[in-house]
Ligand binder design. Structure first.
Ligand SMILES: Nc1nc2c(ncn2[C@@H]2O[C@H](COP(=O)(O)OP(=O)(O)OP(=O)(O)O)[C@@H](O)[C@H]2O)c(=O)[nH]1
Ligand SMILES: [Mg+2]
Length: 383
């Protein structure tokens, strides 16, 4: 069970480019609106300092990898069709395809910050990206609203004959949307449900927060537009990230976060050298990075408040039963209870849970221990 994140946005904003930049899966990319119809899914990674350093050992990850002390923890990424204004009334491809991303815990909204495509994804000049940020968010809220509305209709139908709480009906209605009963209750207590629009907006914000990726920063006008966006925004150039990762795969350059070193200039023509120079000047030096990795990390660690926890079978040796060192790195919500974590690993481990051991202090931990970032824990079970 891995954490899922979905990429959304208007047509031609660069969603599939972002997806390719993050996963290096070769999906179709083109300036024609609605290039993507069927969703793409793949594995991307968040990067964190591996705990191996602290213990002075070398880890052997089961999933993902660890390079130079940086642990790549897998997440699932979705790339979906574009959203146009009034999609909730069926315009464009409508909102039906959003059902594919019900499992996503957060959304990355890719916005064309350069203003060179309009709300339908067609070429224009000076389109205002602020409008784009708002209309896509409104459409996603409308998607929630529609599902909630159906839940309320159901409640109205059954309330005369059955004694049932409206939040229970809504919890059932929203099953699979990554909305918990606690979240629904929280919004219900705070906002009430008389104004369904407001309720839908608040619940969406709580259960599927949106991070804005201000994409195409390599083009002019990007910078001035970013400053006008109100929500959490990270500048990105998906095109630059694809170019750099491709050159790295071909062994043409070394690429680390914000630095590139050309390894073999003889493999490049004049145009390619110029291209790399432009990426360096207009993206890396100006913004610090292409922003793709930053978007994934910020979504997981800041927006979703996740931490990394390493379960081991032996707190002294830091190994699993097959002697692999620090084999697993789990993403869980900060302060998850140890016993709940045991259930996340395996129902069996949860059922047989009797306690835990902190591998750093060797102290015993109880069921209610709240996990913190970089905890390494052995879970003790009854036979
Ligand atoms: N300059 C520049 N162009 C980009 C960037 N990202 C994407 N593009 C271009 O924008 C166009 C649309 O890119 P896609 O990734 O196909 O966009 P999309 O949002 O998936 O589009 P649909 O699937 O049609 O909704 C393509 O021509 C890309 O090359 C970027 O960071 N910089
Ligand atoms: Mg696409």
């Amino acid at each position: 069970m891995s954490l899922e994140i979905a990429i959304t946005g208007k047509p031609s904003s660069g969603k599939s480019s972002f997806f390719k930049a993050a996963t290096m899966i070769d999906v179709e990319i083109s300036s024609r609106p609605f290039t993507t119809i069927k969703p793409n899914q793949g594995v991307a990674y968040v990067v964190t300092n591996c705990i191996e350093k602290e213990f002075n050992v070398k880890c052997k990850p089961n999933k993902g990898r660890c390079v130079d002390g940086k642990r790549y923890v897998p997440i699932k990424l979705w790339d979906i069709a574009g959203i146009v204004p009034e999609a909730h009334t069926g315009k464009g491809l409508g909102l039906k395809f959003l059902d594919d991303v019900r499992q996503a815990s957060a959304l990355i909204q890719v916005v064309d910050i350069s203003g060179t495509t309009n709300e339908e994804g067609n070429v224009t000049t000076n389109y205002d990206p602020v409008k784009e940020v708002e209309f896509v968010r409104d459409e996603i809220n409308s998607w929630f609203e529609e599902i909630i509305r159906r839940g309320i209709e159901k409640y109205d139908r059954i309330k005369r004959t059955t004694k049932i709480d409206i939040t229970d009906v809504l919890t059932e209605q929203l099953t699979g949307l990554q909305t918990s009963k606690e979240q629904i209750k929280k919004v219900y207590d705070r906002t009430g449900i008389d104004d369904i629009k407001q309720f839908a907006r608040d619940l969406r914000e709580l259960s599927k927060p949106i991070l804005v990726a201000a994409n195409k920063i390599d083009l002019e006008r990007g910078l001035e537009n970013i400053s006008r966006i109100q929500s959490t925004t990270i500048p990105t150039s998906a095109a630059a990230e694809i170019a750099l990762k491709t050159a790295e795969q071909k062994d043409i350059i070394e690429y680390h976060e914000n630095k590139i070193i050309i390894k073999d200039e003889s493999k490049l023509d004049k145009k390619q050298i110029e291209g790399l120079g432009l990426i360096k000047k207009n993206v890396l030096e100006k913004f610090g990075s292409t922003g793709i990795q930053k978007c994934l990390n910020t979504t997981v660690f800041d927006v979703l408040n996740q931490i990394v926890v390493y379960p081991v079978a032996d707190a002294n040796k830091l190994t699993d039963s097959k002697n692999n060192v620090l084999p697993d790195a789990y993403l869980v919500k900060n302060s998850t209870r140890l016993k709940d974590f045991a259930f996340m690993i395996h129902t069996d481990i949860g059922n047989k849970f009797i306690g835990g051991i902190d591998a750093k202090t060797k102290k015993k931990l109880g069921a209610d221990y709240e996990l913190k970032n970089n905890d390494v824990v052995e879970i003790l079970t009854s036979k």
